[in-house]
Design a protein around this ligand. Structure first.
Ligand SMILES: [Zn+2]
Length: 421
């Protein structure tokens, strides 16, 4: 197809998304953003009165006194705080339950196609709120998030950049518990059972073959857990294929094994000791802490909620004190009361505040740190010449109070305007 027709088609597609998504500029259109306050989360600094030039999908220049081309579309954000789009290191966009205990049931009653469509709905809700990149760490039926990523990358739908872990690799049983033997291993719809280094290598390869961008292990869901050699097999196989390894582990000996094996991120890690956090720091390993607000759970669902809430805040405070690299991630799988998934994401900021992590550090974890963990820092996570234009803005300063993120009223994704004030 002719380039011009493609550009028109793309524009029509964006228009057809409906009222909440504004039309994107045509492909080679230049857009100039007048940014009153431009935040660099990497350094925690703010530059006043900057101009950001975007042509196509990428940022072509940033500076205080740039000449704006005559044909450029100018967007006035002179009273706004402008920053790179937010990222989430641990999501499950195709999954939704009212309670955690419904997860097993969900594996049986929802098709992969239905999951992909929910993933699109959730991904667009997140993008509209300013979350421009998500890492989907499994529980997506038969690779539903791979199809979601492909559809967004093809330009059929506007959505965040999606990385997906495909099927989660775990010791026998996935993340199910207490299943009678006559029921059969239904969790294999969502998990690879892998119980030796050979089986783990095979599962990693199969995952990558079907489209996984990273590898996710669950190390300690049961009384048995992965050994150092088990986790090393996954790391060796994944790293040679250019993929990062994320591992669900809460603490104890399983966490020792995961740290020794040299994974890229520990997911959750609610009971990591200071010594374990220090070893992670020495190895440059990320903590993707999914530090959830206890209010998101029903009474009795996660044992003693009050104690768990205190443990999470305490671990986040200790992790910040130790100085381990942290990635912002949520692990939202529930749809809660009247909040959508974006509102739920901002609820996590309460926990970071309670742990005494300064706003500048929180914004860094949500942008540059996540981009480093996702291996996309040369493309995304900052506002600089040559990077993709994933840009958000809001009317108050998130460096004073991260609650400002709830007020995001400008979102640009790959140079396309998703919403504007
Ligand atoms: Zn999770």
């Amino acid at each position: 197809m002719h380039t011009r027709s493609l550009a028109i088609l793309r524009m029509l597609l964006f228009v057809s998304l409906g009222a909440c998504f504004a039309a994107a500029p045509s492909h080679a259109q230049t857009v100039a953003l007048r940014a009153g306050h431009l935040i660099d989360p990497g350094t925690g600094t703010v530059a006043a009165n900057q101009i950001i030039l975007i042509t196509g999908k990428k940022i072509t220049d940033v500076g205080p006194a740039l000449a704006i081309p005559k044909e450029a579309v100018v967007i006035d954000l002179s009273s706004e705080w402008v920053m790179p789009g937010i990222m989430d290191a641990h999501t499950h966009v195709t999954q939704s339950v009212r309670y955690f205990r419904e997860l097993d049931h969900n594996y049986l009653v929802e098709s992969t196609g239905f999951r992909s469509l929910r993933g699109l709905h959730t991904a667009q809700t997140l993008l509209n709120a300013g979350i421009t990149t998500v890492r989907d760490v499994g529980n997506d039926a038969n690779f539903a998030a791979v199809d979601l990523r492909k559809a967004i990358d093809a330009g059929w739908f506007i959505g965040p950049t999606v990385q997906t872990a495909g099927k989660i690799i775990a010791p026998f049983g996935g993340q199910s518990r207490g299943i009678p033997p006559e029921i059969g291993p239904f969790w294999q719809f969502e998990y690879y059972d892998a119980d030796s280094p050979e089986e783990i290598r095979h599962a990693v390869r199969e995952n990558i073959f079907y489209g996984a961008d990273l590898i996710k292990l669950v190390a300690d869901n049961s009384d048995y857990h992965y050994s150092v050699d088990d986790v090393r097999a996954a790391v060796d196989e994944a790293h040679h294929a250019g993929r990062a390894v994320a591992v669900h582990v809460l603490g104890g000996e399983a966490a020792d094994n995961v740290i020794a094996a040299g994974v890229d991120s520990i997911e959750h890690g609610f009971f990591l000791t200071d010594a374990q956090l220090t070893r992670m720091k020495e190895k440059g390993m990320f903590l993707s802490g999914t530090d959830f607000p206890i209010e998101h759970f029903e009474v009795g669902e996660i044992g003693n909620g009050e104690l768990m809430g205190k443990a999470i805040v305490d671990r986040l405070r200790r992790a910040y004190a130790v100085g381990v690299k942290m990635a912002f991630g949520t692990d939202i799988v529930t749809d809660y009361r009247d909040e959508n998934r974006a509102d739920m994401t901002w609820d996590y900021l309460r926990v970071w505040r309670a742990a005494g992590v300064p706003p500048a550090e929180v914004l860094r974890c949500m942008t540059t740190n996540d981009a480093e963990l996702f291996r996309i820092a040369k493309d995304r996570g900052a506002i600089a010449k040559g990077l993709y234009a994933d840009i958000i803005a809001m009317p108050s300063n998130p460096l004073d109070d991260t609650e400002s993120l709830r007020l995001v009223n400008f979102v640009m994704k790959n140079g396309a305007i998703v919403r504007k004030p």
